[in-house]
Design a protein around this ligand. Sequence first.
Ligand code: MG
Length: 395
Amino acid sequence: MLRPMKLGFLAATLLPATLLPSAGSAQVFYGDPPDAYHPWAIHDQNRPKPKLVTPGTFSSVEKAGVPPSDAIILFDGSDLSKWKSGKDGGGPAKWIVRDGYMEANPGTGDIMTTEEFGDCQLHVEWAAPSKVEGSSQGRGNSGVFLMGICELQVLDNYDNPTYADGYAGSVYGVNPPMANALRPPGQFQVYDIVFRRPIFRDGKMLDPGYVTAFINGVLVQDATPLEGPTGHMRRTTPGPFPAKGPLKLQDHGNTTRFRNIWYRPLPPRSIEGGTDGVLTTEAAMAKRQEIAASIREDAAKLTNPSNPVPQMLRLFESLIYADNHAARQQAEKMAADYTTALKQLPEDRLPGKKDEVKRLQSVFDYLSRNKIVPAGFAPKSEIDAMVKQQRWDKK
Ligand code: MG
């Protein structure tokens, strides 16, 4: 796609005026600039665009849906090749696979993925046995253990009360689900989970970690802070998690079924090197330097004596992120040269420059307003004077 900024400068010669973006719509020199905690400007065109994902389809009770295109499939209904036994030193998983689902095989133990991962969006579907047996924690019990240590409860709570922090959808022993939205036993239920593991550094908790979960599209956990690995009867203690771990499904003696299990790894939080969100000043400034260097690199490719404006603006743009003596000198010289040449232009050629000059006026205004060029920046004063003199500020 053509960047609106570049379009603006080519436009004077290539495009009719009606195709020009207005100064206000060209989203460079536009939103508030980066600050000490945010490396990107508001509405920053240099900020990486979201990756493309082809969405899948939602599941129905009868039929599993299709995962999104970037999902990592852990179980597609065909085999347990991505799973191992949680006991006996991790031999083959001994659960039963049939008709597009797997079924817990009581007594054979928990199963876990061979693959290990951390922060994720996780999708799991499960069905309690249609033959209702037992009560409370004894009915249709299994569990989805994030990183193998933090259980989101799987239980048949359809007309089966138990203690609140042990319901399906609970962070087991820690936090009850906000609702009981279960379908009857025998029907598949859908778990959608967002998991962020705790982060500790030098023994200090920087982020407690969070789990958000939906059951059948109903929110049951809302960014619930983790309090360490879950357990039975004992109060848990916050502590560091490993960087990654397996997904574990529990054998609790019931023939619970699972299907359509997949996850999508999540990008790092700012605390782990991500550049979205609120950063430390150190991280924000480091990223700003990196962005500025990349824009300067791009500017170096734009050398064009017959149209120096795009290169000049790209250099000014780099200064929004980080100052650089050479870039500033070059940009300021180009701006001074530009206004000198503009003033020498024959009167009859000035109208053809109107859009370009007005765009520059808005850019210099942005740079001055945000203190990226000093107050009294001469090219700005000269451009302002030219606009006024030509009455380009009037309709
Ligand atoms: Mg359980």
